[in-house]
Design a protein around this ligand. Structure first.
Ligand code: HEM
Length: 394
């Protein structure tokens, strides 16, 4: 057990870190299994095995005490699916359990594939476009919007609102402060969705309202569950898709491999998730004194699970900063791990794989048509713009 607390004064949300966190994360990983941030007052975890162990041990590392950085936001999200521990958490998780299980997802596969084919066809006709604006920020928004049963009117608030809400899990910094308006408009709009009249019948929203009527959850929990699924299901998938477009521009041999063998869509997606890891990380609070890799964590401390750092741990993956086509890392933790492991990962996989297959079928070449612009959101690793030029399949 180390007598001296391992510390860092690196700004874990500064522009340099957000733009390229992996060199700094590698230094933190070498320093210790848990390193205390003197600027932000939490321990950051960067090693794969320790992150998995902490994520699984919800009794010692609680989500119910708050998964966001600031007490203000933790007050607001208390009692939501993200910010509860079993058994309350289990009740919330069960509400859409059938819909998100493989059988439930099987029923919507054709609908999602048809939409993927349509959005690719529309953009192939354009020839040159910003893949983030025209595909990444449109496809998952409408897939999840339709599944929940949201009206079409107002959907333009979803992506900017979800992006700002994710940022809200981190520090009250420049990014969040400059996106408060989007966040406010999104939550105001969603408040109204706890009303059956506004939701298209047969969707997840109605299923959640059924759970309210059956007394399984309260009306407030119902509205918040809709918000949670929308928020979690948008910016994450949006940025996974954007990362793939950038990858195809920068590594044409990966696009060529997908084109030659569309069954590579799933392994390419898994390696992108490991390599890019859209969700930077959330926090847990130690309910008692604990030890992580020899570092003492006092009771009440906050620990951050940095999923991307775990996915770049050389003790787990050889040459972790390199995207390897044949790696197929099914055990990556980009979807989290333990009781809070992503509830929508099957859907995310289905969305992205069907989109990649539609691209492979309809597009011959993808090449850059301008500079990539990186998002400075401190909690979602993202891209604001990936301009591309495509040619239609001959
Ligand atoms: C590539 C896309 C996605 C990524 C990278 C991702 C990542 C994550 C991560 C890391 C967590 C764990 C949070 C924690 O441990 O505190 C999580 C939770 C969650 N995700 Fe996803 N997610 C994605 C897509 C989706 C989709 C499509 C949906 C649903 C429509 C969704 C719904 C949820 C929900 C509801 C939770 C909370 C689960 C809980 O707290 O029990 N996610 N996601």
């Amino acid at each position: 057990m180390s007598a001296v607390r391992p510390e860092t004064d690196v700004d874990l949300f500064g522009p340099e870190f957000v733009t390229d966190p992996f060199p700094q994360l590698a230094r933190l990983r070498q320093q210790a299994a848990a390193v205390y941030s003197t600027k932000w007052d939490f321990y950051v975890l960067t090693r794969y095995e320790e992150i998995k162990a902490v994520a699984a041990d919800w009794q010692t590392f609680s989500s119910g005490e708050g998964v966001a950085l600031t007490p203000e936001i933790n007050n607001v999200i208390a009692g939501t699916i993200l910010s509860t521990d079993p058994p309350d958490h289990t009740v919330l998780r069960e509400v859409l359990g059938d819909q998100l299980a493989p059988r439930g997802l099987g029923k919507i596969r054709a609908q999602i594939a048809e939409y993927a084919e349509r959005i690719v066809a529309e953009n192939v006709a354009r020839g040159e476009f910003d893949a983030v604006r025209e595909i990444s920020r449109v496809f998952p928004i409408n897939v999840v919007g339709d599944l929940v049963g949201l009206p079409l009117e107002g959907r333009e608030k979803l992506q900017p609102g979800a992006d700002a809400t994710f940022a809200g899990m981190g520090p009250f910094g420049d990014y969040l402060l400059s996106h408060l308006e989007e966040m406010g408009a999104y939550h105001e709009w969603l408040e109204g969705m706890g009303d059956r009249e506004k939701l298209v019948p047969g969707g997840w929203g109605e299923k959640i309202m059924d759970a309210v009527d059956a007394g399984k959850i309260t009306p407030l929990q119902g509205t918040r569950l809709i918000t949670a699924y929308l928020t979690a299901g948008m910016d994450t998938t949006v940025n996974a898709i954007s990362a793939l477009f950038r990858l195809f521009c920068e590594r044409p041999e990966i696009w060529a491999a997908l084109k030659a063998d569309p069954s590579l869509a799933a392994p390419i997606f898994e390696e992108t998730m490991r390599w890019h890891s859209p969700v930077v990380g959330f926090w847990r609070v130690a309910t008692r004194e604990a030890t992580i890799g020899g570092v003492t964590i006092p009771a009440g401390s906050k620990v951050m699970l940095n999923w991307g750092a775990a996915n770049h741990d050389p003790a787990k993956y050889d040459n972790p900063d390199d995207f390897q086509l044949d790696r197929n890392p099914l055990d990556h933790v980009a979807f989290g791990y333990g009781p809070h492991g992503c509830a929508g990962q099957g859907l995310a996989r289905m969305e992205v794989v069907t989109l990649l297959q539609a691209l492979a079928a309809q597009v011959d070449s993808i090449e850059p048509a301008g500079d990539v612009v990186v998002s400075m959101n401190p909690i979602v690793r993202g891209l604001k713009s990936v301009p591309i030029r495509v040619t239609a399949a001959s």
